[in-house]
Design a protein around this ligand. Structure first.
Ligand code: DX5
Ligand code: ZN
Length: 215
């Protein structure tokens, strides 16, 4: 069964507590929290303060996706805010290996996200050091975009790399995941599904999560 990580970016921020409680009662495994700085991506979302409020409202895993430049400046703040997994973008890091070591030394699991144009082969030498790869299946910055179909091939390539290296890395797919494409995403080798609109724009989010979970 896949790990389901609803993205709170699509939640209603005027009733965050209600949405957190809904997720707490659902089959969601992780809370996916999208941090955007208006520099690495053309949008600004929220920072450690909101992450802290959310992490205190759940006992589930807080999976923090940093779409920011110079993530090393903020890793400790996100740890203190309750992040369990901290994912940085390969494209945003000059010294990715150093950043990963920092995240792990702070006691969090470490993830690397890659944009749709970045080849999976660039992960070859960092794969041994990380817990999670986040394959962006849309260009990062906004919820509610359309899944880029070439991602399926990238999932297969990454899965093969992990099997060859005997690694149990989480393969997380982020962007445009729906009830219709979830099957093929999982079949290709992914084991973590991020879902924003599919969950929060559903008439019954709890059911939408259960359906994703049953894939
Ligand atoms: C996009 C974010 C995603 C986004 C997913 O930059 O990283 O996590 O919220 O939203 P949906 O599932 O609506 O594409
Ligand atoms: Zn994300």
């Amino acid at each position: 069964m896949p790990i389901i990580a609803p993205s709170l970016l699509s939640a209603n921020f005027l009733q965050l507590e209600k949405d957190c409680n809904m997720l707490n009662e659902s089959q969601a495994d992780w809370f996916h929290l999208d941090v955007m700085d208006g520099r690495f991506v053309p949008n600004i979302s929220f920072g450690p303060m909101i992450v802290e409020f959310i992490s205190k409202a759940t006992t589930k895993v807080c999976d923090v996706h940093l779409m920011i430049e110079e993530p090393e400046k903020y890793a400790e703040q996100f740890k203190n805010a309750g992040a369990n997994i901290l994912t940085v973008h390969l494209e945003a890091c000059k010294h990715l290996h150093r950043n990963i070591q920092q995240i792990k030394s702070l006691g969090m699991k470490a993830g690397v996200a890659i944009n749709p144009h970045t080849p999976v082969s660039l992960l070859e030498d960092i794969l041994y050091d990380i817990d999670l790869v986040c394959l962006m299946s849309v260009n990062p910055g906004f919820g509610g975009q359309k899944f880029i179909p070439q991602t399926i091939e990238k999932i297969k390539q990454l899965k093969t790399m992990c099997v060859q290296k005997n690694l149990k890395t989480y393969i997380e797919i982020d962007g445009g995941v729906t009830l219709d494409n979830a099957d093929s995403i999982i079949k290709a080798g992914a084991n973590v599904l991020v879902a924003g609109n599919t969950v929060f724009k559903a008439s019954n989010p709890i059911n939408a999560i259960a359906e994703l979970k049953s894939k």
